[in-house]
Design a binder for this molecule. Structure first.
Ligand code: SF4
Length: 337
């Protein structure tokens, strides 16, 4: 079984406190206190993880739900998360768990080997660390991912991208895919809405790609906050230049949530404009998410334009790929299959 109290990785003594190097907040934590994520505590000269092997939610999902559209389409994955978060997004969709602490009554113990076992008995091909920010229970996700790789399972992070380069490097051999949220393309948004900085997120995206991890990007479009075509164009230009034109980009529709319950849902026009602008910038694989029955959920071959994967809802896909090639023109397409 899991053990909640576990010595953390990536910290060092600094003055009278401990400096955590797991995420880019790099909190300096005094004895008896916790970092911004609320799940790492300085205790008698050591930094502890308070959520090692403590799960809040476990479910089976199609990989498309993360969203990962170019990673083994149609495969089943075990989704698992804990409590807490290192961001404070005003629009958080999972605030019941992201704002919860390690003392939350609903956390259950799970063991390193148990996660793989659960995935295999449920006929899953992989494990997605998701629901809340996976970085903050890094030690458990690393240990359980190592075990998962031994069992032939895939592993993926659905993340805000705030992990430090050193932690990502250590985890990379056991991490197959990441969906990274780029929540906006201004430092101002990150400061006011998220409580973090944009640049470390962009650095993580580039580093993950360099490390050979399959990366897809998600940008949630929030009316009046990050929806201007100029901002989207700057994001798209960065994505094409730094991540490459084959990197899948998901624009997701916002619905009123948490401390942004007074805003309207994203108008379809804003999503359509983002799609158009991003295509104009040269991105080949752009998707609209949180929209139903829209042809822009589908994948079209960049060479011949034929539809190769049709998606209607998460569980309903028609995959025409021939391995990783277009079945019509034979072009190799950017899929992990
Ligand atoms: S993981 Fe937690 S304690 Fe460590 S730097 Fe990030 S917010 Fe601070």
């Amino acid at each position: 079984m899991g053990s909640a109290i576990h010595e953390a990785s990536f910290w060092e003594r600094e003055g009278k406190g401990l400096r955590c190097g797991l995420c880019s907040h790099r909190c300096l934590i005094k004895d008896g206190k916790r970092g911004l994520c609320g799940v790492r505590e300085a205790s008698k000269g050591r930094l502890l993880s308070l959520v090692y092997g403590r799960a809040s939610s476990i479910a089976v999902d199609p990989v498309e739900k993360k969203p990962l559209y170019h990673f083994k389409p149609g495969s089943r994955i075990l989704s698992i998360g804990t409590a807490g978060c290192n961001f404070r997004c005003l629009h958080c969709q999972n605030n019941d768990i992201s704002c919860a602490g390690p003392e939350s009554f609903f956390l259950r113990d799970v063991g390193v080997k148990e996660v793989s076992k659960m995935a295999l008995t449920r006929n899953c091909q992989g494990i997605a660390w998701t629901y809340n920010e996976p970085t903050i229970w890094y030690e458990f996700t690393r240990d359980a991912s190592k075990e998962a790789k031994k069992k032939g399972l895939d592993t993926m992070y659905v993340t805000n991208g705030y992990i430090t380069p050193e932690a990502l490097e250590e985890h990379a051999p056991y991490l197959d895919a990441m969906n990274i949220d780029v929540k906006a393309f201004t430092e101002d948004f990150y400061k006011k809405i998220v409580g973090a900085k944009l640049q470390p997120v962009l650095d993580t995206c580039v580093k993950a790609k360099e490390l050979g991890i399959h990366v897809e990007l998600t940008y949630l479009i929030i009316p009046t906050h990050n929806d201007s075509p100029e901002e989207i164009r700057r994001f798209a230009r960065w994505a094409v230049e730094e991540m490459g034109q084959d990197t899948p980009i998901h624009f997701s529709r916002f619905f009123p949530q948490h401390k942004m319950a007074d805003l309207p849902a994203t108008p379809m026009g804003s999503l359509e404009k983002a799609y158009e602008v991003t295509k104009e910038e040269g991105a080949r694989y752009v998707y609209l998410g949180n929209v139903r029955l829209d042809p822009r959920e589908d994948t079209y071959c960049h060479q011949c334009g034929e539809r190769v994967v049709k998606r209607r809802g998460f569980g309903d896909i028609v995959n025409r790929l021939d391995g990783d090639r277009c079945p019509d023109c034979g072009t190799k397409l950017p899929f992990v299959v």
